[in-house]
Every structure is written in C-alpha cells, then in structure tokens.
Ligand binder design. Structure first.
Ligand code: ADP
Ligand code: GLC
Length: 497
C-alpha cells in the first residue's frame, strides 16, 4: 500500500476560476483525481480581479497573511477559501489588490507582460509557503507549475531549509519552457535568498535571474507534460537556451501526458452543442456541423470538409505558418473556422479574411468556451500546426469528437496522434514534420483528398479517434509515482529497484 500524502499544488491559473490556456485545465482537474487516490490535496492560486467571490462561495480565512519580500519589507495579503466545484478539494486564493486586482493575468491589453511580474509572482510563491504555516498544513509535496511558481523549490532549499516546511519534496512541472521568468538581477534582493545563489549553477542566466532555471536545478523532481517534450527540451532546438540545464537533470525528469477532462469534453453529454452524438450514431455530428457553419456565417453544406482551429494566436502554435498557407488553402474545396486571440497582427490578418472569402472562412477573435465546444463537435478536421507543443489538449478533445487532427509531429501532438497509414488503414489523424507552410498545405490537401475520395478510410479514422482515451485517472497515478519517488529522495532514502 502506497502512503497517502499531503500535497499542495501551486499555480497561477486553474479552471473554472481563471484561464489563459491548458495550464488551467491541468491544475483545475488533476487535484480531483489525486483526491480520489486518497491524498490530502489542496490548491493555491492568486485571487485575480475576475474571480467572483460570491459566485464561487469563497470564504475569508481569518487574519492577514504576512509575506517577507526581502528589500521591499513585509507585505500583507488576504486569503479566501473555497472548494473546487463538485469536489472536496480545498482551494485557497491569495488576495493582494496591488498585485492581482487588475484585468488579465499576465499581460496588459497589448499583450506585453506586466512590468512588475517579477514581484507579483515572487510574492505569490512566497505567499504559498507562508500560507502552509498559517494553516498549519505541512505538505509532503509542494507541486509548482511553470516559471511563475518556480521560486518555490528554490525557497524550500534556501530560506525555508531549516524550517518544518523545508522537509517537503518539490515537483516542478514544465508546461512550456519558452517562458522562463527572466528578470533583472535585483530580484535576488526581493527573493531574499542570498547573492551566493546568483551563479551559473543556480539562478543566473545571461546576467539575469532566471526563475525556471533555478526551479529546474532546485526541485526534487521535474516533470513535463509529454514524453516527447521531455526529450525535445534536452536539445537546443526546443529548450530556449536551457538544454544544458535540463540535460543536467535528465535523470530526474519525467514526461507525464496530461489527461483529457471527459466530463467536460464528451460529445455524448456536451451541453454547448446543438445535438449530442456518439461513436455508434454520428447523425448528431452532422447537425453540429450545420449549426457551426450557420454560427460562422458560412454556406451550410454537408458535403464540404470543415477545418476548425481553436488556439492562442502566437508563434508557438504555428499561426505564422498558417497565415502563410491561408490563401492557398482557399483554393481547396473546404471551409475553415478559426477561434483565437493573441498577437495583434494575427487579429487583423485572420479577422479580415472573411471579408474577402466569405464562403471559405469564418473567424471569431476572442476567448469563448462555448464556441470552442461547437468547433470541436462541428468540424471534420482540426488543425494544430505548432512549432512546439508540450502536450496540447485540443487534439485530445478533437479525437473524442471524431474530428480528425491535422498536426505537426512535435511534443504531445506527436505522442497522441497516430498518422494515417493508407495501406494498413490505421491512424487517428494526419501529421506533417516540417514547420513550413507547404508541409501544412500538402497535409491539409491530403486530408481533403481523403475526405472526398476515401470514405471507408474516413469512417475508420473517425472510429479509431473516438475510441482513444487519455484519462486523468491514468495520469494522476503517474504523478503519484513521481511524488512517491520525490518524497523518498527528499528523505535521502534511495530505492534500489
Ligand atoms: P496552450 O495551453 O498552449 O494554449 P493547450 O492545447 O494545452 O494549449 O490548451 C489550450 C486550452 O485553451 C484548451 O482548453 C482550448 O480549448 C482553450 N482555448 C485556447 N484558445 C481559446 C479560445 N480562443 N477560446 C476558447 N478556448 C480557448
Ligand atoms: C502549455 C503548453 C500546452 C500544454 C499546456 C498544459 O500551455 O503550451 O502544450 O498542453 O501547457 O500542460
């Protein structure tokens, strides 16, 4: 029998409270499955302005929380408490008006990171640790996610080393190594951990403080969100300069694929789509397609393939590749539907396209969960031309909805989509390898050809896709294994097996 642990998950977004991307899907759902395995798991996130205390029934934890901020002195914040909806998992919200009482999570309206993100997330990381003391909750494991909470493993090995909290093993999950939390060196004085840690083997990188680097080097164990990405980030092509650091800790790095939340993403029960459907009866999918075409102002045609895209419109997602291919794609007898928000140029570029090609493309610039569901259900294919993709969730949703993914073979996309093999009639989608417009164009062309000319293959691919499962039960068990190893390692007990 495995021991049951006290686990604190720290993150800067979580569904349903605040979301900019897949990180929120992971941190809002994983705790539920760890709880089901019998662990005492709790979650901490900032209380952003947009999180409605009344709607979520949050209660104030009595007494202000003091957070030592080095040269800035002690800062104080409030703490609110709730339960992740439909679970028994406590979630704490750190409330600090100056740091979190503003619109957007990380960036201003022009997409620029807030100038004080260094202090905001150093503060949040420290607040998570101070909160444990306040609650008299001493976790076996503290699980940090991405650069925003990467200071936690560093703090546990330094300021908190001789504290009861210092016994906690730390896990750092890398959801995206592009964003590293690189700031001017003065942040050392705010972290208050001593300048001796500003060196090449700890926090220093290009004369700056690099929180992700420090976190990777200080955490007990590291995880990332697919096996493929775990390998990729050991190479210069994918590591944004940190390949040496990741390689250094490769023996402590585990790839754990994210799960898909099938209670939210399931065509049989989805409440946002016009008609539910299943593997055994796809008639509802056709109605969803018609509804989608109508919603996006496209001609309603059953016989034409519809390609959906739901994405942050940033370079990572290959939107530049898509933009380069777009006008050639309009030569195909196909329709395209795009939902997304991100870099300003892309809003104009994609947002303007329906004016010139009203029969070919429908676009909604913005973040809209309901539309995301409609696109997953109503499209025939789903395009993800990512330059890199640590895991990717939309392709998993697409598979469940029988919407065949057309993906670049990278990271989690490569791990979760099986390429169509025409001879064997196997696969769940279509892959391309070069991050280039012609490769994307040719692969979309291949899927259009298959749609029109190989109906038996389409049927088979859809059936294969809909049967695939990436469950959170499975992923949570893998996290449990890593937690177990981390606790043993923190206690300096080495396992021989
Ligand atoms: P990333 O976290 O890198 O953006 P993922 O594929 O892991 O990529 O997760 C993206 C999540 O955000 C998915 O749940 C997706 O449906 C959602 N999403 C992205 N853009 C939008 C949008 N414009 N409207 C609604 N949901 C979106
Ligand atoms: C990041 C990655 C994405 C991953 C998500 C959740 O945002 O870009 O690929 O699915 O984190 O782990």
């Amino acid at each position: 029998m495995r021991p049951k642990f006290k686990i604190l998950i720290t993150a800067t977004e979580a569904v349903p409270y605040a979301k900019t991307g897949g990180l929120a899907d992971v941190t809002g759902v994983l705790p539920k499955y760890l709880k089901q395995l019998g662990h005492d798991v709790r979650l901490v996130i900032p209380r952003y302005y947009e999180i409605d205390k009344v709607k979520y029934g949050l209660k104030e934890v009595q007494g202000a929380l003091g957070v030592p901020m080095g040269v800035l002195g002690e800062e104080w914040c409030g703490v609110f408490e709730g339960k992740i909806p439909e679970t028994d998992v406590p979630v704490y919200f750190i409330e600090h008006e100056r740091y979190f009482g503003r619109k957007n999570l990380y960036n201003d309206d022009n997409g620029q990171g807030y100038m004080d993100n260094d202090n905001r997330f150093a503060f949040f990381s420290k607040a998570c640790l101070q909160l444990c003391k306040k609650l008299d909750f001493y976790p076996d494991i503290i699980h940090a996610n991405d650069w925003q909470t990467a200071a936690i493993p560093i703090l546990l090995n330094t300021t908190y080393k001789h504290d009861a909290l210092g016994k906690a093993a730390s896990i750092l999950t890398i959801h995206n190594i592009q964003h590293q939390g690189s700031f001017y060196e003065g942040l050392m004085d705010v972290l208050g951990i001593g300048w001796e840690h500003f060196n090449f083997l700890e926090l220093e990188f290009n004369n700056q403080v690099n929180l992700l680097k420090g976190g990777i080097l200080h955490s007990t164990l590291i995880t990332t969100v697919s096996d493929g990405y775990a390998k990729e980030i050991q190479s210069p092509e994918y590591a944004w300069g940190l390949e040496g650091v990741v390689k250094e800790r490769a023996g402590s790095l585990y790839g754990i694929l994210n799960g898909c939340d099938y209670s939210e993403w399931n065509p049989e029960t989805d409440k946002y789509i016009v008609k539910n459907y299943s593997e055994n009866d796809l008639s509802g999918k056709l109605e969803c397609k018609r509804d989608l075409q109508k919603t996006f102002g496209l001609p309603v045609r059953d016989d034409i393939p519809v390609f959906g895209i739901v994405s942050r419109l940033v370079k990572q997602k290959g939107v530049d590749i898509l933009s380069e291919a777009l006008y050639s794609l309009f030569d195909l007898d196909a329709q395209f539907i795009l939902l997304g928000t991100g870099e300003v140029w892309s809003h104009f570029y994609f947002g303007g396209a329906p004016k010139f090609f009203p029969d070919k493309i429908g676009v909604h610039i913005g973040f809209n969960n309901e539309l995301a569901h409609k696109i997953e259900a109503g499209s025939d294919f789903f395009i993800m031309p990512s330059r890199f993709e640590p895991c990717g969730l939309n392709q998993m949703y697409s598979l469940r909805y029988g919407t065949l993914p057309v993906v670049r073979a990278t990271g989690g996309l490569n791990d979760t989509v099986d390429n169509f093999n025409e001879q064997e009639m196997t696969g769940t989608g279509f892959k391309f390898y070069d991050p280039a417009a012609n490769a994307l164009f040719n692969t979309i062309g291949w899927s259009v050809y298959t749609y029109y000319n190989n109906k038996p293959a389409m049927k088979k691919l859809i059936a294969n896709a809909m049967q695939k499962r990436f469950t959170w039960e499975n992923s949570a068990k893998k996290y449990e294994d890593v937690y177990y190893l981390a606790v043993r390692r923190r206690q300096n007990i080495y396992i021989s097996s």
